[in-house]
Design a protein around this ligand. Structure first.
Ligand SMILES: NC(=O)c1ccc[n+]([C@@H]2O[C@H](COP(=O)([O-])OP(=O)(O)OC[C@H]3O[C@@H](n4cnc5c(N)ncnc54)[C@H](OP(=O)(O)O)[C@@H]3O)[C@@H](O)[C@H]2O)c1
Length: 308
């Protein structure tokens, strides 16, 4: 019987039934507990809200399994010597695709003009076809790839950019510094789905925002620090950027006095683009524990040097 410590108390209600069931369905004899002597714990389920910060006493723990895809709040924890895995969950991916496609289509079709039209103006502006609106997705990981493919499936010409060169069907893939400049040049919609690491901070800044097509739309469901806030506000003022739809911020909740709240060309969504769903995430956790117990490599292991 293995011991799984569920170290995210605020999420216990969602997982208390489904996680033990998923483990049992995977053929694993396990007790899932909220408290245990550290030296008896085999696996830790972690979320950023977890009070647990000192992993030193967990001497027999074989892996720390994050419920979140983004691991920037744990990856630099020096007490963590155990393997760390991030969450890649089919439902999380599905909801990110829905958020990105929904907000891309809002701007592509100019839907706002018809929702808010107090003067009842009959102004038949026909949007271009998707095939004539270049979209760039920064980050071609689990989420970026799924979003790029969904957008390509709607006929948007999609360019994707990542640290290492990728090959994604229907998507023009670029990498490296030159690749970033090429990917952004002329883009009309830019989606940022990079992790937060020292290497991705301010990927969108005054210099790179200037490369996009005039009036381009930014969709950021990745992390707040991917964008230089001041540079974005400047680009919105000059019209270089037409609109920014932002789900994530340097400080969350976004402070009431932040300029993004009041800006007419910024849409704020409160970090809801993609949530981990207990029902499917429990299956992902169970599969990873099954693999570890069978001596197979863990899935979605975080590279502690790269930070994601
Ligand atoms: N708003 C929300 O609700 C929400 C929900 C879940 C996740 N997120 C965010 O979405 C992010 C992406 O998730 P994911 O599961 O897709 O991550 P992932 O699978 O780890 O993919 C990350 C992608 O970013 C690329 N990358 C990393 N550092 C880079 C750099 N310095 N330059 C260029 N490309 C770089 C990676 O390149 P390689 O392919 O070459 O490694 C990879 O393509 C998460 O880290 C999290 O911050 C947000």
């Amino acid at each position: 019987m293995i011991t799984v410590l569920f170290a995210a108390p605020d999420l216990w209600g969602e997982y208390s039934d489904v996680l033990p069931k998923a483990l049992s369905d995977a053929g694993i004899a396990a007790q899932v507990v909220q408290d245990a002597a550290p030296e008896t714990v085999d696996y830790i389920i972690y979320a950023p809200s977890a009070p647990l910060q000192d992993f030193t006493p967990f001497t027999r723990t074989k892996a720390v399994l994050s419920l979140w895809a983004g691991v920037e709040r744990i990856v630099g924890n020096d007490t963590l010597t155990q393997p760390l895995c991030r969450m890649v969950d089919p439902s999380l991916t599905e909801s990110m695709v829905e958020w990105v496609v929904g907000h891309a289509l809002r701007h592509h079709l100019g839907i706002d003009a018809h929702i808010v039209n107090p003067g009842h103006v009959w102004n038949p502006v026909v949007p271009p076809l998707a095939r004539n609106r270049p979209v760039t997705v920064l980050g071609l990981g689990a989420l970026g790839t799924a979003c790029a493919q969904a957008l390509a499936g709607l006929n948007f010409p999609v360019t994707g950019w990542s640290r290492t060169q990728k090959s994604v069907s229907g998507v023009k893939c670029l990498s490296g510094e030159d690749g970033l400049r090429q990917a952004l040049t002329g883009a009309q919609i830019v989606v940022t789905l990079l992790p937060r690491t020292p290497g991705t901070e301010n990927t969108l800044n005054a210099d790179t925002l200037a490369l996009t097509a005039r009036g381009a739309v930014i969709l950021n469901p990745g992390r707040g620090p991917l964008i230089d806030d001041a540079a974005l506000l400047d680009a919105l003022e000059t019209g270089q950027i037409g609109h920014a739809t932002l789900d994530v911020f340097r400080v969350e909740p976004l402070p009431q006095d932040h300029a993004f709240w009041a800006h007419r060309c910024v849409t704020v969504t409160p970090h809801i683009a993609a949530d981990t769903r207990a029902s499917s995430a429990s299956g992902v956790i169970a599969e990873n524990i099954r693999r570890a117990e069978a001596g197979q490599p863990l899935l979605h292991r975080v590279d502690r040097v790269l930070g994601y």
